[in-house]
Design a binder for this molecule. Structure first.
Ligand code: FAD
Length: 334
């Protein structure tokens, strides 16, 4: 194990924030976990760094996950169970699946980051969530220095949420995930502009590949590329509010977009709320709100994590003041 000290994380987070880790190591061999566990330092697991905001130098040991490998565990007439080591890039796994014609994750194409982070926050896009295909999650449990496997139902998956953000926060290093993919995919094209994009691509016959490419085209046209402008995708979650509050809001804002969660709760796009408060395209120093996507906070160059944190607080307050809705940050703050 190669341990570095005072190591810059600038190229290890998609916001491009330049803070050092007190200690840093890359993990490519699962057998090194025992050795790492013996280091008496607070441990932070880093995948692609696409869902974190670094607000200060990171005390303790940052472990950069480089565990690699994709392997079919078993299959039957309808499904294939694939074990993916957690340091694999999520999009590489999507490409693996679509090249084999296996369905289930094509709508999640081009989401940055590692497979290991996919259960952590139950990544989702275009009407599909990671939980829909996750069969089980295997993790190293620091407290007992042992591997445990949780079936999907034990992971408490919710919208951008799981047990790994709560009960198992800082206690589990997800080492591999088993996904159950479909040999006879059921396509989900009703969400967003997928159907429109498929049409403009001239797609005659649906396939997982065609859908993944449609999603990729849409994402490239809509979302800022972190290699050009630092960002972590959606900074806030879409809030779910009681139907009663929604009806009151709708009387003042008849055009408010919404999605009915159930008979009592309604989901509102956070981007719309932020835009109504006038933040879209806002810029102060090196930080700002993206001009095309109000949900995306950006680093235009040399922003500090604390600047982005401060701006996110101002946005939270203004949305709360105007709509009475408390937004929740989606990114993990370190
Ligand atoms: C341009 C852009 C677009 C995005 N679009 C989407 C989207 O459509 N949908 C969506 O859901 N997300 C989206 N995201 C957010 C992000 O890509 C996902 O949250 C992704 O899963 C983060 O993976 P990561 O490896 O980069 O995690 P990191 O940022 O490295 O880590 C995030 C958190 O997970 C923990 N973690 C990471 N790996 C492990 C592990 N192996 N075991 C335990 N804990 C771990 C970390 O400690 C940290 O707390 C987007 C981000 C960007 C920059």
């Amino acid at each position: 194990m190669h341990l570095r000290q005072n190591f810059s994380l600038k190229s290890y987070n998609t916001f491009g924030i330049d803070v050092p880790a007190e200690y840093f190591t890359a993990l490519s061999d699962i057998n090194s976990l025992e050795e790492i566990a013996a280091i008496q330092k607070q441990k932070h697991i880093l995948g692609g760094g696409s869902n974190i905001l670094l607000t200060k130098p990171v005390k303790g040991l940052v472990i950069h996950n480089k565990l690699k490998g994709i392997k079919i565990e078993k299959e039957d007439d309808n499904h294939v169970w694939v074990r993916v080591q957690s340091g694999e890039l999520w999009h590489d796994f999507v490409l693996y699946a679509i090249n084999k014609g296996l369905g289930g994750i094509e709508n999640l194409a081009l989401i940055p980051g590692t497979a290991g982070a996919s259960p952590m926050q139950n990544i989702g896009a275009y009407g599909v969530e990671a939980k829909d295909t996750i069969e089980s999650v295997t993790f190293w449990y620091w407290n007992e220095r042992t591997f445990l496997t949780y079936a999907s139902r034990e992971c408490a998956f919710e919208y951008r949420d799981s047990i790994f953000k709560h009960h198992l926060k800082d206690k589990a290093f997800i080492t591999s995930v088993v996904y159950k993919l479909d040999k006879k995919p059921k396509y989900n094209t009703s969400y967003g502009a997928i159907e429109q994009e498929l049409e403009s691509m001239g797609v005659q016959e649906l396939s997982v590949k065609a859908i993944a490419y449609a999603v990729m085209h849409i994402r490239i046209s809509k979302l800022p590329d972190p290699k050009i402008i630092g960002n972590a995708g959606s900074f806030f979650k879409n809030p779910t509010i009681p139907q009663k509050l929604f009806i009151t809001l709708q009387s003042s804002y008849p055009k408010i977009p919404y999605y009915k969660v159930n008979d009592t709760m309604v989901k509102i796009p956070a981007g719309w709320l932020i835009e109504q408060c006038g933040w879209k395209g806002y810029k102060t120093g090196f930080t700002g709100v993206h001009a095309k996507q109000a949900l995306v906070l950006v680093n235009y160059g040399n922003a500090k994590g604390s600047d982005i944190w401060k701006l996110s607080g101002e946005i939270l307050n203004s949305v709360k003041e105007r709509f009475g809705i408390e937004l929740e940050r989606e990114v993990q703050v370190w």
